[in-house]
Design a protein around this ligand. Structure first.
Ligand code: NAD
Length: 507
């Protein structure tokens, strides 16, 4: 009966792992309430916790630990220990561990995707896509860790030796938004591990469980204690102490511009390295030579992915005046056909906004755009069903003036602004007219126009006839107030490395 018993045991363990928020007893609940410090899951030092809510049902799905000052101190001490061993670990060994993380994330894809959906509301298929992008990222950085190449520079004299080598920056602090909870944090954990750094992660308070699940994959893959630490909870109890510590050498942040600016000011006190992945308000220029129906259909699907809560989401559509009516009609028809509802139901295309305040912000922005003269082409209200959860219909406003809030503030929700242009210079001026510079898009069938328009757009990422803006193997990041630093691709590891020049003379 031993094999039967162990099969039952495995089954029960798998169920517990799958349902971390659905039981108030047992290991699963303990894990979802825990901080990860020095390889140990532990409650906050003062036992504090807070509730996590499913945005599709407004129900409490569990609780997470609220870290405080003693926990921050313990995490920094643990990260020091982790750094000391990990930075000296042979890159081939680091590579094997990081690749194993990728494999474990893939094995646990359903469990992690479900957590993403119940914490942030996105449709389950999109959560699966996020988890896939996450394991691909670890897979990519498993190779990058073996490709940290230095330089040899010929000395001016007849003897001596001049080299440039790269070393890990040290302890990294990583703070992220909730919209891609596992991918955004993994974009920081994977390059930090590849570079030989240790890391203290503070996930968004709305989605702690998804990041804890990734941290568990790291531990199970053999990442040594203290190399990956996670502190959950409200930011003000955690981040100021991390930012004040001279032991933390780098901060990498994904979130809004105002919080990014504040962290940069705080980083100045201890001169920390900084990577900022901040907001966007991506323009889309649609020339008159494309199939506008095809472009509009592709655009509507991209726009309402994750209910528009995507930093690189297309938001301002500038369409040639001869095609703007046809584009708006096709876009609105496609948007109206999207099914809004709980992301756990695979039939639904658009989930809720992740927070109540996000829905209120989107509502106010749409009201303002309509009051300013914009016309509602589709949506513009809460759906009748579901009548619980922070849902908002996929919405398009046509012809809102450039001064309307929708045209200047990041919508970060399911609302698109569509307007016409007569000359491409005018479209470019409007597209480049804001302080955002994350992503920009172009639709054209002309190679000349594709080159000219993409060159003139002020953005870290430009896509022509596609909305694929981020892959494991390509660099992602912004210009202007959308931030600096690149995540992913061959550049992704750079921000986690310090260059050291060694000049060796022989007496
Ligand atoms: P936010 O800046 O309010 O929050 C982001 C994170 O910062 C959260 O974890 C939050 O708890 C934390 N935070 C809030 N106040 C803080 C403080 N005082 N100190 C330290 N941390 C603090 O942003 P949000 O509204 O949650 O997320 C949406 C924003 O994130 C949008 O602007 C979006 O464009 C941006 N974003 C950017 C990227 C990118 O790669 N460029 C990706 C996703 C989201």
């Amino acid at each position: 009966c031993q094999p039967i018993l162990s099969a039952i045991c495995c089954c029960v363990q798998a169920m517990i792992r799958l349902l971390p928020y659905q039981t108030t007893t047992g290991r699963a609940m303990e894990t979802s309430r825990a901080l990860l410090i020095g390889g140990r899951w532990q409650a906050a030092a003062d036992g504090a916790a807070y509730e996590v809510v499913n945005p599709a049902t407004e129900e409490v799905i569990g609780s997470a630990a609220q870290a405080g000052a003693p926990d921050v101190k313990a995490a920094i001490a643990a990260a020091e220990v982790g750094l000391a061993s990990w930075r000296r670990t042979n890159p081939w060994v680091r590579s094997r561990v990081i690749r194993r993380i990728s494999q474990i994330v893939e094995e646990r894809r359903e469990e992690i995707a479900r957590l993403v959906t119940i914490e942030v509301g996105k449709p389950i298929e999109q959560s699966r896509g996020e988890v896939q992008a996450t394991w691909e990222l670890f897979d990519w950085f498993a190779d990058e860790t073996r490709r940290i190449y230095g330089q040899v520079i010929e000395p001016r004299g007849t003897s001596g030796h001049q080299t440039v080598t790269f070393e890990p920056v040290g302890i990294v602090a990583a703070f992220t938004a909730w919209n891609f909870p596992v991918l955004l944090m993994s974009r920081k954990i994977a390059p930090a591990l590849a570079a030989g750094c240790s890391i203290i992660c503070r996930p968004a308070e709305e989605a702690p469980g998804a990041v804890l699940a990734i941290a568990r994959c790291c531990l199970d893959a053999g990442v040594p204690p203290g190399v990956v630490n996670v502190l959950t909870g409200l930011p003000n109890a955690i981040t100021p102490a991390i930012m004040a510590s001279p032991k933390v050498r780098k901060v990498t942040f994904t979130g809004s511009i105002p919080v990014g600016q504040m962290l940069m000011r705080q980083a100045a006190d201890t001169v920390k390295r900084v990577t900022m992945e901040l907001g966007g308000h991506a323009p889309v220029i649609v020339h008159d030579d494309v199939d506008v129906t095809a472009a509009a259909h592709l655009s509507a699907v991209a726009k309402f992915r994750n209910a528009g809560q995507v930093c690189a989401s297309p938001t301002r559509f500038y369409v040639h005046e001869s095609r703007v009516e046809a584009f708006a009609a096709a876009f609105s028809a496609r948007a109206a056909a999207l099914k809004v509802g709980d992301g756990l139901d695979p039939a639904n295309d658009v989930g809720p906004l992740t927070t109540r305040r996000r829905r209120e912000a989107v509502e106010a922005m749409v009201e303002d755009a309509v009051a300013a003269g914009g016309k509602l082409a589709v949506g513009g209200r809460r759906p009748a069903q579901p009548n619980r959860g922070w849902f908002y219909e996929p919405t398009a406003v046509v012809g809102a003036p450039e001064g309307a809030r929708l045209m200047t503030e990041e919508p970060f929700g399911p609302v698109a602004a569509i307007s016409g242009f007569s000359r491409v210079e005018e479209a470019l001026e409007r597209a480049n007219g804001l302080e955002f510079g994350l992503a920009a898009y172009v639709f054209t069938n002309s190679l000349k126009r594709a080159h000219e328009t993409s060159e003139a757009l002020q953005a870290g990422v430009v896509c022509v006839n596609t909305y694929v803006a981020a892959l494991a193997e390509t660099p992602f990041g912004g210009t202007k107030q959308s931030g600096f630093g690149r995540e992913g691709g061959a550049l992704g590891i750079r921000d986690y490395l310090d260059a050291k020049f060694t000049n060796m003379a022989f007496l």
